[in-house]
Ligand binder design. Sequence first.
Ligand SMILES: Nc1ncnc2c1ncn2[C@@H]1O[C@H](COP(=O)(O)OP(=O)(O)OP(=O)(O)O)[C@@H](O)[C@H]1O
Ligand SMILES: [Mg+2]
Length: 424
Amino acid sequence: MNQELEQFQRVENQEVSTETNILLPTARVDLFVKDQETLEAARALKHDWRFARVTISVEEGNVDSAIKNYAQSAAPDLVIIETETTGEEFVQRLQSLSAYCDETTNAIVIGPVNDVDLYRSLTSMGVSDYLVKPVAFNVLSEIIAKALIDQLGVSGSRLIGVIGAKGGVGTSALTQGLAWGLSEQLKQKTFLLDAAGGWSTTSVGIGFEPSATIHEAVSAAASQDEDNLKRMLFKPSEHLTVLATGSDAMLEPSVHAQQFEELIDWLMQSYPVVLVDLSGAIPSLKKTIVTKAHELVVVTTPTLPALRSARSLIGEVKTLQGGDDANIDLIVNMAGVMPSKEVPKKDIETALDYKPSTVISFDPKLFLGNENEGKNLTDNKNGTEIVSKLLPIAQKVLSGKMTKTENAKDSFLDNLLSKVKNKG
Ligand SMILES: Nc1ncnc2c1ncn2[C@@H]1O[C@H](COP(=O)(O)OP(=O)(O)OP(=O)(O)O)[C@@H](O)[C@H]1O
Ligand SMILES: [Mg+2]
């Protein structure tokens, strides 16, 4: 069977596929439709968990309403238009609409008749899909999900790595503080994992019994075995999920960087924020995350050996991030641990040639007290203040605008323009 025809018929019998059963990227979708059933389906999209980050606007209208709208305000990522007619006049109106769309806008058309030729001519114009009204909820949600994934990539999720300039500087404690801040205070669905294998202390900080190894987690990722992964998860609160690893043998080899990356990619399909504690990771895993992360938090203490390492580390991280240090945050932890022997705050910036984002005081009563009593930082006032000091870093990560992925498809406008150019 003709491939296009096959695709056309597949649209008619749409079911949720594993490919689209993910949290969709941040996007704006506008619908201009008149058919009542389709309108209801469009309005119900906001109840689909996959659309949590998609802003959907539904207007009773058609291509002319869209033109009127975008003559005044910016076009969305995806525009869906219902039409009563399918002739040359409609195609011209669609061309007029494309003049108001920017180069990232895609379009889907809903029409009155089941017509493969029309489907073919519209898709060749750059329209992502042609559907026949009325469009049921599951068809509409699936088609939009697929269009957004093709257009924007699988995930608008953010990856944050936290790395210590040296051992014992408090990287794990602060990663956990950041996890609480993101999940409790900013209400972000957050995933925390510790890359240290058997050296992980996250189970003590968060309060769980390790039930899995990093090796098991990467195998689950390799076979996309969600049920297997589920048994490795610990959920300390509504918005925070932790990979309950830590039962790895301490003296056996770690997983490979490529396997670890596969796990991270998989997790980022379902969690908007993935936070990785790199304090006990082997260098190749550190490098993988440093290269990939949207934000890299470097933790140091105000002592000479740590600052010396921090300086070298920031230099290497900067190189791996393409010479840019905009996504690096430096935290000076345990300030005041030994005032007479530590580098004063004002000299740290000069010594590192880098301005710390925040400075956290040495507070053994709070940190060690919490550890002994099985509490987390947000359980007490001083701890909550520390978490608040970390929040600007978390907010910076969340505000990062999504970039188009390399494999993203050409937009509606790109295709229309190239078609017009080819004609000329
Ligand atoms: N600001 C602080 N004041 C007092 N104690 C702290 C502070 N930050 C962390 N700690 C404590 O210091 C100890 C080491 O912290 P943590 O385990 O987080 O360090 P790490 O850098 O992850 O270590 P490792 O290199 O072993 O992974 C812990 O007992 C922790 O509670
Ligand atoms: Mg640690």
